[in-house]
Design a binder for this molecule. Sequence first.
Ligand code: GDD
Ligand code: MG
Length: 399
Amino acid sequence: MRIETPRYTERFGAVRLNDVQKVLELDAGRGDGCAAQEGLAVQRIDEATLRDVEQRMAIVLPTKDEKLKLFEGVIGGIPHECLMILVSNSERERVDHFRMEWETLEQYCQFTRRHAIAVHQKDPTLGRALQAAGYPHVLDDDGLIRDGKAEGMIVGMLLAKLAGKDYVGFIDADNYFPGSVWEYVRSYAAGLSMANSPYSMVRILWRYKPKLSTHGFYFKKWGRVSQTTNRVMNALVSINTGFETDVVKTGNAGEHAMSIRLAEILPYAAGFAVEPQELLSIFEAYGGIHAAPDRDAARQGVQIVQLESRNPHLHEDKGQNHLLEMLMAGLGAVYHSSLSDDTVRDLIRDELDRQGALPRDHAPPCPTVMPPFGDADVEALNEALGECCHDIWISGRPK
Ligand code: GDD
Ligand code: MG
């Protein structure tokens, strides 16, 4: 892979946030005769390095009632070396959609000689295991894991840690192009291999998100939700550094990856506020404004890499209400951040009002924020879950 060298890095306390780097070449060739460092503008990441990171990475697939054909395509795009972790919150009563998912995954693993883990978010054993591990923060009063993509992601991260992985990445299960899934995971590996801190994160900016219009396809660059989230996020960074910036371009990035060492020290917001809150959690803890909770992370710094894909992104259209819900969740996280001030909060009220999401005299709701999972006892989790040594380990599988 060849990727642009970062041209600009915003420094915010111990946080280093690179401006967007474009993926230039998906396959950088054999590399015979290539110098290790080719030039100032471009970085070449060789196959062995990518595979090494992929082997140390788990890919979490949060899923809720997506079309099986899409799920099948998505798993086909995940590089061979990665461990796949399906965290499903799909229907089980009317039709057992989860069963269809794990059967598809199991068959795929048999043919491709892969390993995978599949769990259902509402499996009571999983709820009990989290309780046993001392991490009850995602559980409801009945001891079951609450609905939500973020809650599924936390389960996936804990399982990645349990599996001994050093990195964890996320891929939505409603992606139409297996080739773009492949590119995202390769980009995670490239970005994480380039990072010069053990506390690192890679966030993907899609080159285009095609929309079908009356004139055919229109290759849209920015979605309305991401544009707004980035704007308020940049306002928040600007007021805290005193210098206006537009460096944040991946405030909502669902496609992202982290080192486990970073993942386990971050607080997470519930539902769709999760991705903006990850950035806020990093800024709040390591931006130099408040005392850093983890001294080693403060010493080594947290590095965030933003990569622009070659592939366009095409996924399921979930409708207008879903977009408003996502907008409100993300802006609510920024609004209630300890780094926010009246200027940022006014901007957020204006945006929510302008977009018809909330009248100006209303504040967006404060997201539920769950503490880091770093202190959870993964051995106790393992014991409570039982053996996980088959080609595919599936929770709640009928005996
Ligand atoms: N496990 C689990 N539990 N998965 C869920 C749940 C849940 O309760 N709810 C949704 N998912 C899964 C979906 O099935 C899909 O695979 C993925 O999470 C993302 O959900 P979508 O409903 O497709 O979200 P989106 O496409 O509108 O938004 C995506 O992109 C945004 C950035 O543009 C998400 O990744 C957002 O988190 C992201 O901010
Ligand atoms: Mg989607």
